[in-house]
Design a protein around this ligand. Structure first.
Ligand code: SF4
Length: 365
């Protein structure tokens, strides 16, 4: 096992992890230079097992992307469209409800709703999407709207973040996904998504959501123009906010998919980068209970492997994912529950079906 890099003593890092001591920015950055991924895996697995034993979670959910029309047109986004483009679409109430009503047929406990920022749709359009789904399916958990969408609703209505979130909560919003975080660095946002809410704003929205009792996830889109220092800075900002609020349920590292985006010249991340990022995230985010392997973006094989490198959750059955598939993801758009159970069991873990808030629905011993 290699125990040194140019800048840090890995033995010292190992001892810190074993004694539950927090890793510094310098240590986190140096871990990216470690080529011994089994060393990283062993440490990340130790932390994962301390937090969730042998369990690996999944849920049964249905995604609904209300519209792909978006004013931001981020460079890394293959999903969005201008409203006059042929592939632009916007669902109206009946279509949204029809999709939502499929959820109970597949045993879904969650509707996962994220969308573009449509220039002509008022806040009420988004609000009614939530309230009509909740009315039709009162027992379903609705996880919806990234901080970027919340920022947009505040801007088009003149309401505060708190007011927007309170309205959505009243309408049936149960929790928030973690998208839109990308990389918090202003440099990276300037190059990739200059119109998007800033990193500071994203964190402020999450702070407010957590204060209102809304749990959320957090993501990091990596593998484009960011440096490893900017990745670690992103993780530390999340860790700091989690210290304050405790409102993040899970962290989800998302590898960038360049196809059909304005950044097609960039190479896809390698399996090694994906696995390292999973392990380093697990090690840096000592106050997050869960680190999720989103198989849609990682691919099923790397996602399964990552269960040995710090992740403890394979997300869900998903059903009809559009955002990553427009960017060339070759994974399925959905997966059967039995397949998730098989992947988890084959990795030597115990599959646990959970609801959105990590209440256990069933343990598959
Ligand atoms: S990433 Fe989100 S905000 Fe950016 S263009 Fe795509 S849908 Fe719009």
């Amino acid at each position: 096992m290699s125990v040194t890099t140019a800048t840090v003593d890995l033995k010292e890092i190992e001892e810190k992890v074993m004694s539950g001591e927090r890793l510094t920015r310098e240590e986190g950055t140096a871990l990216y230079d470690v080529n011994d991924i089994l060393f990283l895996g062993a440490l990340a697995r130790y932390v994962k097992e301390k937090k969730s034993g042998n369990y690996a979670y999944f849920n049964v959910n249905r995604h609904i992307n209300l519209t792909n029309v978006c004013i931001n047109r981020c460079k890394f986004c293959a999903f969005s469209a201008d409203k006059d483009e042929p592939h632009a679409y916007t669902m109206e109430r009946e279509e949204i409800l029809a999709r939502a009503l499929e959820a109970p047929n597949i045993g879904a406990t969650e509707l996962h709703i994220v969308s573009g920022l449509h220039p002509d749709k008022p806040f009420d359009y988004y609000l009614e999407a939530i309230s009509s789904c909740k009315e039709a399916l009162p027992d379903i958990h609705i996880q919806a709207f990234t901080a970027v969408e919340i920022d947009y609703f505040a801007r088009i209505t003149g309401m505060t973040i708190r007011q927007v979130l309170e309205k959505l909560k009243e309408a049936g919003l149960g929790s928030m996904p973690g998208g839109g975080a990308e990389i918090f660095s202003g440099r990276v946002r300037g190059l990739t998504c200059e119109k998007k809410a800033s990193g500071k704003r994203w964190l402020e929205i999450m702070r407010t959501a957590h204060e209102l009792g809304l749990k959320s996830n957090a993501t990091m889109l990596y593998g484009h123009v960011e440096t490893k220092e900017e990745r670690i800075d992103h993780l530390i900002k999340l860790r700091d906010l989690q210290d304050e609020t405790g409102g993040f349920q899970s962290f989800i590292p998302l590898p960038f998919h360049p196809d059909n985006t304005d950044m097609t010249g960039i190479k896809r991340t390698t399996a090694i980068d994906d696995i390292k990022t999973m392990a380093i995230s697990r090690l840096m985010l000592d106050n997050f209970d869960h680190v999720k392997a989103f198989w849609i973006m990682l691919g099923l094989k790397v996602a399964q492997l990552s269960l040995d490198f710090g992740s403890d959750d394979l997300d869900g059955t998903v059903v009809e994912e559009k955002i990553t598939h427009m960017a060339g993801a070759t994974t399925e758009e959905s997966i059967e529950k039995e397949e998730l159970i098989h992947l988890i069991k084959d990795a030597g873990r115990t599959p646990v079906e959970r609801d959105t808030l990590y209440n256990i629905i069933k343990v598959y011993e």
